[in-house]
Design a protein around this ligand. Structure first.
Ligand code: GLN
Length: 541
């Protein structure tokens, strides 16, 4: 019998609702329950795959190939679980399902209406997700902020669930308490307004997670309690933290886990967050730095968007650094800068390692290729992720194998030397403009050759990793590349596709056609990232 905890956001977005949701889930998991999580996004897009990362952050991919919101990545990282298409819902998905049912005559000739059919579909999906994950608890995060028109039908679904199963549904509201500099005092009014707004949707929050720069003190807890109709013990202080992985520990300081259990009339239980606490100690400990540069392009609108565009890459670097007892220092390097100012490339020499992450399209490509060449020639550790592998192959063909006009079909499908080419089935999809959810997505098998960097990292020959791409290394050029020292150390045997590429005679120069960052977990860093950071940080003590 699954219990449902809805998490909605008030006051403003971007205050860490996803991490708060993941943290509640973590606490309950640490008390011995089976916990799942589901992200609801109010947009019409059927999935996140058709959005530019600048729009909505990184596109996270699950094992089953669902292109979803980055919060699903937070859930996986905090819970150390792998989720699926059931853990993600959008307005587009709900409407698509209802329309398909209607077309199949599944509503028995009735008039199909927004209310109740849309909320009923939402409810069915939420219940199914809980069942599928055999969850004792499922956290359901409703995207956006209360008071928005967009997420009303999801709140309506939540309200209906509370009505029909009052003992199995709980509401948490994540709000923000500003501390305006000119006043110097933490203000509760926006939270009061947010609660009113939630009330007008027929929902009373059971718990308020009070995000703020500072911890929430007793007088403010009392005030929120009186004005928002919750017990003072249910106002949980959620101050800014150094690392998001501290948040479950912080919530537990306010006894959040047992408050939740009590509300469900369950026995109180002690948590076991020992591993987690040890991790936080490592994060805080003083340790030698490792400097990693990420050469990308999805960060034009400032630091925050940038963080979101490559969030799994950032987290994977951090996990690997902590495992190597290093303090990660991550720098964003704009690929286009190296096109405008080729001399700037020399700055790469000051880094311990360089990552070229996933990407699409022409912009910034030549800058990334220059960066890759510099890493290869100057023996700087290099890790190429998906697009990063493809560009490393192009660079090597051009500058080490003499194929001067080597390129990818993504940039010019009619070029003579397509080192990277579109996969045959993808060609058909592109021609028919069937873009949504049609890339080579999700988990695929890869066979690793012994005695390679890849094998040293993984310690096994059979692995599987998550993919998201349409283009691949063109097998016709493999021999030419191999002759000059490129090693194809990971192959998908079913289709003979290159999955991992590396260079002989280089401390660490590895490219992967998949996205290892999506599988990295704070307590179990991804082996390739761990090895990359290990080699990168050898020089520093
Ligand atoms: N644009 C490339 C492709 O479609 C790489 C994709 C990626 O980096 N995820 O194959």
């Amino acid at each position: 019998m699954t219990r449902f905890i809805f998490v909605a956001g008030g006051v403003m977005s971007g205050v860490g609702k996803g991490v708060a949701t993941a943290s509640i889930a973590k606490i309950l998991q640490s008390k011995g329950f089976r916990v799942s999580a589901l992200k609801i996004d109010p947009y019409i897009n059927v999935d996140a795959g058709t959005m530019n990362p600048i729009e909505h952050g990184e596109v996270f991919v699950t094992d089953d190939g669902t292109e979803c919101d980055q919060d699903v990545g937070n859930y996986e990282r905090f819970l150390n679980e792998s989720f699926s298409t059931w853990n993600y819902l959008t307005t587009g998905r709900v409407y698509q399902a209802v329309i398909n049912r209607e077309r199949n005559l599944e509503y028995g000739g009735r008039c199909v209406e927004v209310v109740p059919h849309i909320p009923l579909e939402v409810i069915a999906r939420i219940e199914e997700a809980g069942k599928k994950d055999r969850a004792d608890f499922i956290l359901v995060e409703i995207g956006g902020t209360v008071g928005e028109y967009q997420n009303l039908l999801f709140l309506e679904a939540a309200r209906m669930m509370k009505l029909t199963m009052p003992s199995r549904v709980l509401f948490a509201l994540v709000t923000y308490l500003p501390v305006p500099r000119m006043i110097g005092e933490m203000k509760t009014k926006p939270t009061q307004t947010a609660v009113r707004s939630l009330n007008s949707a027929g929902i009373q929050p059971d718990i308020i997670l009070a995000r703020s720069e500072l911890p929430v003190d007793e007088p403010r807890k009392k005030k929120i309690s009186i004005f928002c109709n919750v017990a003072p013990e249910d106002v949980i202080s959620a101050p800014d933290v150094h690392s998001i992985y501290e948040i479950p520990l912080n919530f537990e300081k306010d006894n959040l886990g047992n408050r939740i259990l009590q509300k469900f009339r369950l026995q109180k239980k002690a948590h076991d967050l020992r591993d987690w606490r040890r991790l936080v100690e490592v994060i805080h400990a003083k340790k030698p730095e490792v400097h990693i540069g990420v050469v990308g392009k999805y960060f034009e609108t400032g630091e925050f968007t940038l963080m979101d565009s490559y969030i799994s890459v950032i987290e994977a670097i951090k996990h690997a650094s902590w495992a190597n007892k290093r303090e990660p220092k991550i720098t964003w390097l704009s690929a286009e800068k190296y096109e405008k100012n080729p001399k700037a490339i020399k700055e790469l020499a000051s880094f311990d390692g360089i990552i070229v992450p996933g990407g699409f399209g022409n912009r910034g490509v030549e800058g990334k290729i220059k960066a890759i060449q510099f890493c290869r020639e100057q023996r700087i550790s290099f890790l190429g992720l998906c697009f990063g592998l493809q560009l490393a192959v192009i660079e090597f063909a051009r500058n080490a194998c003499g194929v001067r006009d080597a390129t990818s079909g993504e940039f010019n499908p009619h070029a003579k030397h397509l080192l990277i080419d579109v996969m045959p089935e993808q060609k058909v999809l592109l021609k028919e403009k069937r873009y949504g959810g049609t890339m080579r997505l999700g988990k695929y098998f890869c066979q690793i050759t012994k005695g390679t960097h890849a094998f040293r990292a993984y310690g096994q020959t059979e692995i599987s990793e998550r993919h998201r791409h349409r283009y691949e290394v063109n097998n016709e050029y493999r021999e030419i590349l191999e002759k000059k020292g490129m090693v194809f150390s990971g192959i998908n045997p079913e289709r003979n596709l290159v999955e991992i590429m590396e260079l002989k005679n280089h401390p660490f120069f590895v490219g992967v056609q998949f996205h290892p960052e999506l599988r990295s977990r704070p307590l179990i860093p991804h082996p390739l990232f761990r090895e990359f950071v290990r080699v990168s940080s050898r020089g520093r003590t």
